[in-house]
Design a protein around this ligand. Structure first.
Ligand SMILES: [Zn+2]
Length: 324
């Protein structure tokens, strides 16, 4: 249950126990049940806590599990957590960890590194003819109610400006705003609530921490590679996609410059609304469009100084229609 190292360790523990018992002359009677899962200290990989293992046996809730640089804290039973990072090199960093109500762990991985074959944007289909999309098996069934962190925001926006930029980006998803002529059939809803002292549940290495019940958009240091990261938590719904419980978004202001006005002298800053629209797509259950689909908003890469992702392409709209 604990991967390749587990059985050996358990065996050694049991042997040590029996030897100790024999040496001390204690009658042990029936040997106590050895721990079913002995996890190493520190960070774990998906091999340390393999699919099928139990968070109860392994005392794994709250422990960090990583996969190809992405990481999540193991959530409570009955909860799924997903991490999605928006990178500058097109490499995909995302995975999903589900803990079933009985404590059993399972994973879903993004098709990792398929982005390596990414074409130049000029060679990819135009956004209004590219129907590619993927979904992440969850949706907002009611209204996405979100907060804005009370710390610094990307592009040094004031909180009023930040709220406006994020609200516009989220509305692009909930109204499927596009330049392709598609009408809005998407029923997704969102509502801004207030500023909060709570922070997005994303740490300095871009890993999803424990959820706090508030969906917070903010900025900070999330490690080197990601321009922004979304962490989502959801729970199963019989016969349908999982129900979103919380989705937090953090912009990597430690690693990258942002602007809300990319026209003019922009040389290397990232457009806040383009990035926010992509992240809002994750919030509402869209996955990445994959290599060869560089002109869609849900492509895994972000392009400096480009505002193209502020509106949706065909595949982005079709993905939302498939969920809402
Ligand atoms: Zn993304």
């Amino acid at each position: 249950m604990a991967g390749r190292r587990g059985p050996g360790l358990v065996g050694r523990v049991v042997t040590a126990f029996l030897v100790a018992a024999a040496l001390s002359g204690v009658c042990v009677g029936e040997a106590p049940r050895p721990p079913a899962c002995a996890l190493a200290r520190g960070e774990l990989t998906v091999d340390d806590l393999p699919a099928g293992s139990s968070v109860f046996d392994c005392l794994a809730v709250g422990r960090v599990v990583t996969h190809e640089g992405a990481g999540v804290a193991v959530p409570e039973p009955g909860t799924t957590v997903s991490v999605d990072a928006l990178t500058v090199d097109g490499s995909a960093h995302g995975f999903t960890l589900t803990v079933a109500a009985d404590g059993t762990v399972s994973y879903a991985y993004e098709a990792a590194r398929t982005q390596a074959a990414a074409r130049a944007r000029a060679d990819a289909p135009a956004p209004c003819v590219d129907s590619a999309y993927s979904t992440e098996g969850r949706k907002e069934y009611d209204t996405y109610e979100w907060f804005i962190g009370d710390g610094p925001l990307p592009g040094r926006l004031s909180h009023a400006e930040g709220r406006q930029a994020f609200e516009d980006a989220i509305a692009t998803i909930t109204t499927s705003r596009n330049d392709c002529g598609y009408d809005d059939r998407v029923t997704a809803k969102a509502r801004f609530l207030s500023a909060t002292g709570n922070e997005a549940g994303i740490d300095r290495e871009g890993r999803c921490t424990r959820r706090d019940g508030l969906s917070v958009w903010d900025a900070g240091d999330i490690g080197g590679e990601a321009v922004a990261t979304t962490c989502s938590w959801s729970r199963p719904v019989p016969g349908g996609p999982e129900e979103l419980l919380e989705a937090d978004v953090r912009f990597n202001t430690r690693g990258f410059p942002f602007t809300d006005r990319p026209a003019g002298a922009c040389t290397h800053a990232y457009d806040i609304r383009s990035v926010a629209t992509h992240e809002a797509g994750h919030v509402f259950g869209l996955g990445h469009s994959g290599a060869g689909h560089e002109n869609l908003t849900m492509y895994a890469n972000s392009f400096a100084c480009s505002t193209d992702a502020r509106t949706l392409g065909k595949g982005d709209v079709l993905g939302l229609r498939s969920l809402y």
